[in-house]
Design a protein around this ligand. Structure first.
Ligand code: PLP
Length: 430
């Protein structure tokens, strides 16, 4: 293990960060084994990529079958059925009672870039509204939209112009210092401020928003927030883009988190868990918006790779046939029941936020001042790793423990993971 770690240092740039020193040998469901034979329970799920678990049989079989037929054609040279079948399926399951079309690409960031390009083409406008704490990827436009400086943006500017940023409905640290529900979700009206002081609505192509902030610290907006944003966009002819790269594919207890809020976005972006671990993302949107760019204006060499498309069809089948959306809600309830008990015992847990199986524990050094417990969060993750539990973190201050466990995790695995977390919490000193 040490030898490989040394080679990693030697051959990879230091910017490629590792949350733990783990080097995997194999994995199944919600369990991982490292190259020394140690076992772990996976609450991180490849940062939201493994909603149907590590190596589900149906997905692996579909990939094997496809690998025996053809691996690549470039869809622009030779078409194939799996791309078209997946587009048809996504058009059907993405919310919205209107004709839709789907473009496939390779990563979340690439899908974000495509979504914005299409919105610009359709509206003939340039501006984009994005959010503090929002995360959309590491390519330059996606990074320009991202609202977290360290480690993502630091040193990589200048960024793409005409990105206008507003605060998110982060009630635990309310940008207006008021409280829900008395606040009447006034923070949504920040969008209108932009129209007065930064750019008129006639120059804004799109608003891009995560229905729950993932990288920004599992921030679940109150009822009424996304609905109001969507309403303002509709009034002003601004394309409403929901970035469901992390919240999609059953994670929050519905296939897409927007469905909790009764919203049908003009464009919905999905990635991560879409193909069970193979790189694939999709931009699904209103037909007339998606059809705006000219013939030849959209695409890419690997976009919609056939293995990934076959895998994605199996992922969607698994979510539907095994009712993994309901399971996500059950997982959330079970975990949060225990975590609320932890919160009574450990003052470091300032806030618990969740939607289905997307759960965040915000750690603070003081519940009054809410000083972020960034160092302690890192320590919890390290100690959990040493005892066999994989966790990740997020938040503007990197002080939110984040769980994105596979939705095929068993109750016993959840309880075992939580008991490790509890043991570790007991040892953390501020
Ligand atoms: C909401 C959201 N959008 C976009 C991305 C970028 O996806 P990728 O890393 O596949 O480019 C992520 C990745 O974490 C994400 O969480």
């Amino acid at each position: 293990m040490e030898k490989l770690a040394r080679k990693k240092e030697e051959f990879l740039p230091r910017g490629v960060f590792n949350m733990t020193p783990l080097i995997i040998s194999e994995a199944k469901g919600a369990r991982v084994k490292d190259i020394t034979g140690r076992q772990y329970i996976d609450f991180a799920g490849g940062v939201g990529v493994l909603n149907v678990g590590h190596c589900p049989n149906a997905v692996v079989e579909a990939i094997r079958d496809q690998a025996g037929k053809y691996l690549h054609t470039c869809f622009h040279l030779m078409m194939y059925e799996p791309y078209i079948a997946l587009a048809e399926k996504l058009n059907h399951i993405v919310p919205g009672d209107f004709p839709k079309k789907t473009l496939l690409s390779n990563s979340g960031a690439e899908a974000v870039e495509n979504g914005v390009k299409i919105a610009r083409y359709f509206t003939k406008r340039g501006g984009i509204i994005a959010f503090e704490g929002g995360y959309h990827g590491r390519t330059l436009l996606a990074l320009s939209l991202t609202g977290k400086v360290k480690p993502y943006k630091l040193g990589f500017g200048p960024f793409v112009p005409e990105v206008y940023r507003i605060p998110y409905a982060y009630c635990y640290r309310c940008p207006l210092g008021i409280e829900y529900p008395a606040c009447d979700v006034r923070c949504a009206d920040y969008v209108k401020e932009i129209f007065h002081v930064q750019a008129p609505p006639e120059e804004i192509a799109a608003l891009i928003v995560e229905p729950v902030l993932g990288e920004g610290g599992i921030v679940v907006p109150p009822k009424g927030y996304l609905e109001r944003l969507k309403g303002i966009c509709s009034e002003e002819g601004i394309v409403f883009i929901a970035d469901e790269v992390q919240t999609g594919m059953g994670r929050t207890g519905k296939m897409f988190a927007c469905q909790h809020f009764g919203i049908a976005p003009d464009i919905l972006i999905v990635g991560k868990s879409l193909a069970g671990g193979l790189p694939l993302s999709a931009v699904t949107g209103r037909g007339e918006i998606m059809d705006a760019p000219h013939v030849g204006g959209l695409g890419g060499t690997f976009s919609g790779n056939p293995l990934a498309c076959r895998a994605a069809m199996e992922v969607i089948n698994m979510i539907e046939e095994n009712a993994l959306t309901s399971r996500a809600s059950e997982i959330g309830r079970r975990a949060v029941d225990s975590l609320k008990g932890f919160q009574e015992e450990f003052p470091i847990i300032g806030d618990i936020r969740w939607l289905g199986a997307m759960i965040g524990l915000e750690l603070v050094r003081d519940r009054e001042t809410k000083e972020p417990a960034t160092r302690e969060t890192r320590q919890v993750i390290k100690l959990c790793y040493e005892r066999g539990l994989l966790l990740t973190r997020s938040g503007a201050f990197s002080n939110v423990l984040r769980t994105l466990m596979p939705l095929v995790i068993t109750d016993e695995e959840i309880d075992e993971g939580l008991s490790i977390l509890k043991e570790v919490m007991r040892e953390i000193r501020i």
